[in-house]
Design a protein around this ligand. Structure first.
Ligand code: CMP
Length: 228
């Protein structure tokens, strides 16, 4: 089990610089927990006691707007972490986090995680770099939500998903496991019908292709320039 855990931790970007003996220590600090699809892992407004790293599965970070409509702030998959904000600033959880498929998470308690940050500067720096990246994405999302028409909003979410999940090849991007149209709508602040309409328009214009669950953006730079 411990060697399993080290194999997993070695592939977690914020722990990338650590040696095996350090990973061994972290392996002992954390515990694994399983969640079913739809389970709430973190509830907005509760106090935060732990950080989570995704071993398997996927989660979405959500907030409810005034009408109870869900807005998706981000989605995370294997190797990514969440729950750091309330650990760092001592305030309540900033959003809820929900498993979108069956998931397994590695959980580290607040005190242990803060101790790790003191002890291993490389973990603290990698965490800051990731937070900077998330702030950039949040800036993109704010711009998209405040300025764009429906086509721009949907295109912006596709660009964010491409950055997050895309495989780039010769100017073309493949997003292997496109989220549900309702989830894309909740990220873009629009309706599912609008997402469907826009996707079909992009397909008609030859900008994207959809094959089952896979989406291809044919000319990523061109698509980005047109919609940013
Ligand atoms: P925390 O506030 O402890 O609990 C909810 C978590 O969701 C938060 O930590 C972050 O890990 C994550 N989160 C909140 N807002 C965003 C965002 N805009 N983008 C990505 N992740 C977020």
């Amino acid at each position: 089990m411990a060697s399993d855990e080290i194999g997993f931790l070695r592939n977690v970007p914020i722990f990338a610089e650590l040696e095996d003996k350090d990973l061994q220590r972290i392996a002992k600090l954390g515990t694994r927990q399983k969640y079913k699809k739809g389970n709430i892992v973190v509830l907005e407004q509760e106090s935060g006691a732990a950080l989570f790293v995704i071993v398997a599965g996927k989660v979405k970070v959500v907030r409810m707007d005034e009408d109870g409509k869900e807005v998706i702030l981000s989605m995370f998959g294997p190797g990514e972490f969440f729950g750091e904000m309330s650990l760092l600033d001592g305030m309540a959880r900033s959003a809820s986090v929900v498993a979108t498929v069956k998931a397994e998470l590695f959980m580290i308690h607040r005190r242990d995680f803060l101790e790790l940050l003191h002890e291993y500067p490389s973990v603290a720096i990698a965490l800051l770099a990731e937070l900077a990246m998330r702030l950039r994405k949040a800036d993109m999302q704010i711009k998209s939500l405040s300025l764009k028409d429906a086509a721009g909003r949907v295109a912006n979410v596709l660009l964010m998903l491409a950055d997050d999940l895309g495989v780039f090849r010769k100017g073309k991007v493949e997003i292997e496991d496109l989220p549900l149209q309702q989830d894309i709508a909740n990220m873009a602040g629009t309706s599912r019908e609008t997402v469907s309409r826009m996707l079909h328009q992009f397909i008609r214009d030859g900008q994207v292709q959809l094959k089952g669950n896979k989406l291809f953006i044919n000319d990523f730079e061109g698509f980005r320039k047109q919609h940013l």
